[in-house]
Design a protein around this ligand. Structure first.
Ligand code: PMP
Length: 397
């Protein structure tokens, strides 16, 4: 048989794959990786906070003392001592959580995919904040949901909207702490109201909380999980308190759901790397994070303050922005006629970058919004970058 090896294949992608789009942020990041660009675009934690020596010692200890176990396949639900550690840490904050309620995942981004897989059918109603985390919209979209965007204000989600909009929803996806992308925080009163509204409608409430520990002042606010362990699914991550490169997160929820998620996890990747989980357990088991997290909080609080001061000094009248109490992001609202996607082209020409706000909306994008990340840019560069952006905006007024 004569085969033309050079004839290109016309790829027929599945209907599911056709729903996949490249994340706007990842595309932008490619451009903004250039070292000469002052980039407020990435959602990357500051590498200054990565405990390299501590992790090296943990790897060394694990490989020396338990190398054969660390390099073997492991259980799909995760490394038992680490699941116990997660359960014990969360139990300190309210509800009694048992290790059987914990599923270790390969970054909390995997948790979003698994949740989509087991909870969303084509056309299912899925409630999200306005705006919401782009990576969640992207992960859920593959499963074909009907997104309903819940109204929000400067204090985040408005729980009273749920009674009407939430009827028949398959899940509500919430980010109560220092939300990505807005930096907003939900008050304790609203947390209770949100949990109650979901419980009343029997709608599973997903609490995505990678930034909760990174509050600049005082103690973290109570988790939704503790307010109703039977109805809340909590997502945690080591990415922002240790390092994102290890790709380790966890899902905590009612056991019947966790068992179903475990099956989905098994089908996806069998389990999260055993060595990673053992090293992280070794690294955190003796209280390392209690000393480490305050150093991250201090760095991010200082960086945030530099950006807020620069915005105050340089940004023209008619622009508004959030004042986060933790986390990594500030959200800016420009006058209505300014499209931040177009502004980005001009900004990149001036060697500054940010993320346009539109992709964070599941419905009705607001094109005059943008997200600024302040944690990886040195203070003098923050001022320079904000001043350049301000000039571009002022020229449009
Ligand atoms: N949720 C939110 C809100 C995030 O900001 C991120 C990271 N940008 C993730 C989930 C995914 O984090 P990871 O997979 O690194 O745990």
């Amino acid at each position: 048989m004569n085969i033309d090896k050079h004839a290109p294949i016309e790829w027929r992608f599945s209907r599911r794959a056709q729903k996949l789009e490249s994340s706007a942020i990842r595309e932008i990041l490619k451009v903004t990786m250039r070292p000469e660009i002052i980039s407020f675009a990435g959602g990357l934690p500051s590498p200054e906070t990565f405990p390299v020596d501590h992790l090296r010692a943990a790897y060394d200890k694990v490989l020396t003392t338990q190398g054969k176990v660390a390099l073997q396949y492991g259980p799909s639900d995760g490394y038992a001592p680490l699941r116990e550690w997660v359960a014990a840490s969360l139990s300190k904050e309210g509800a009694r959580i048992v290790p059987e309620q914990v599923l270790m995942v390969s970054g909390s981004q995997q948790a979003l995919d698994l949740l989509g897989k087991v909870l969303i059918d084509e056309g299912s109603k899925v409630l999200v904040e306005t705006p919401s985390y782009l990576g969640a919209l992207q992960a859920f979209s593959v499963y074909g949901p009907q997104f309903e965007s819940l109204p929000t204000d400067d204090g985040g989600l408005l729980p009273e909207s749920i009674a009407e909009i939430g009827q028949g929803a398959r899940l509500l996806y919430a980010l109560p702490n220092f939300q990505n992308p807005t930096g907003r925080t939900l008050s304790v009163e609203r947390r209770h109201a949100l949990v109650e509204a979901c419980a009343r409608l029997r709608v599973p409430l997903i609490e995505d909380d990678p930034y909760g520990a990174l509050c600049y002042r005082g103690e973290p606010l109570p988790k939704l999980l503790g307010m109703n362990p039977e109805g809340v699914i909590h997502m945690g991550s080591f990415s922002k308190v240790l390092t994102p490169g290890i790709r380790l997160g966890y899902l905590v929820g009612p056991q019947p759901l966790i068992r179903k998620l475990e099956q989905a996890k098994q089908a996806a990747d069998l389990h999260t790397a055993q060595i990673t989980q053992m090293v992280v357990y070794e690294a955190v088991k003796d209280g390392f994070l209690d000393g480490h997290i305050p150093t991250i909080r201090k760095l991010y609080a200082d960086q945030c303050q530099v950006m807020l001061s620069a915005l105050e000094e340089f940004f023209p009248a008619g622009t508004r922005w959030t004042r986060p109490e933790g986390g990594m992001f500030i959200w800016v609202r420009l006058p209505e006629h300014i499209d931040s996607m177009k502004l980005l082209d001009e900004a990149v020409a001036e060697l500054v970058a940010f993320v346009p706000g539109a992709p964070f909306y599941a419905n009705d994008p607001q094109h005059n919004t943008l997200r600024l990340s302040f944690v990886t840019v040195p203070p003098e560069k923050i001022r320079e970058g904000v001043a350049k952006l301000a000039k571009l905006i002022a020229a449009k007024l």
